[in-house]
Design a protein around this ligand. Structure first.
Ligand code: UDP
Length: 241
């Protein structure tokens, strides 16, 4: 299971060169050695590769990445290059590889260090500090519980049908970021104010945020007869405990 990568918008924006070399070089080595030693590989990619596409995202959707001047897209570009490499190893070397596109995986213990929204909001709410909603908060995400992701990855790893395939693994509950902020404030009984911060103040001029990301999980259900379904409220409560 190749899960390691430079991740998190904040981290990528801060370390753009390292993020690219880290994400490309490690995957290249893992695929090469797995191919040499004839090992099975599950490579975790990201819903970021869909870029600014905003409809329900299926694995055949055309990708809509942004301009290279917008450093945020570094991450997506490394993940999609790793995907091309994975598919090339499948074709040329018969490597038993599957690419999995994860949609905002969350759970207890997730670090706030790299900028991910749920651990940040929890930290702010518990400390009664302002909860920082970027933009107007109407952007939405589909959060996927880490336990459901692990279950999906294990099932995928056992399926020969998944060799050479790209498969979405995403949850069922889409939420806007403003609604997420309100939920976390309520769950933690926090006195925090919700503070709207323009994106350009956080990440500079020209930064693009994805408006929404909704996965199609038809392919996943067909291949493993399962889809992540833990409700957002349950996820948020488990994270709090
Ligand atoms: N976000 C926010 N406040 C924060 C951190 C993130 O409003 O303090 C927003 C961010 O702009 C994005 C969403 O929450 O719209 C999810 O951000 P995250 O970095 O967790 O994941 P990604 O952007 O990769 O989906």
């Amino acid at each position: 299971f190749h899960l390691a990568a430079s991740v998190g918008v904040k981290n990528i924006m801060k370390n753009p060169i390292y993020s690219i070399s880290n994400n490309l070089n490690t995957s290249e080595k893992i695929f090469r050695f797995a191919s040499e030693f004839k090992k099975r590989v599950i490579f975790t990619s990201s819903s970021e590769v869909y870029g600014l596409s905003s409809r329900i995202l299926d694995e055949n959707a055309r990708l809509n990445l942004g301009n290279p001047k917008i450093i945020r897209w570094n991450y997506a570009s490394t993940k999609i290059t790793d995907e091309y490499l994975a598919m090339s190893y499948f074709k040329e070397k018969n490597l038993k590889i599957t690419v999995v596109r994860l949609f905002n995986t969350v759970g207890k213990g997730q670090s706030k260090q790299y900028g991910m929204v749920i651990p940040r909001f929890y930290f702010q709410a518990i400390k009664n500090k302002p909860i920082t909603v970027y933009g107007n908060g109407k952007q939405s995400r589909t959060f996927t519980y880490v336990k459901d992701v692990v279950h999906s990855l294990l099932k995928i790893s056992l399926s020969t049908k998944s060799y050479g395939q790209v498969i979405n693994v995403g949850g069922a509950n889409k939420t806007t970021i403003i609604s997420l902020a309100k939920k976390i404030k309520k769950i933690t009984n926090s006195k925090s104010k919700i503070k709207f911060i323009p994106l350009k103040k956080v990440y500079g001029d020209g930064f693009e945020d994805c408006k929404q990301r909704i996965p199609s999980v038809k392919k996943l259900k067909k291949i493993i007869k399962y889809r992540p379904s833990t409700k957002l409220n349950t996820i948020l409560k488990e994270i709090k405990e």
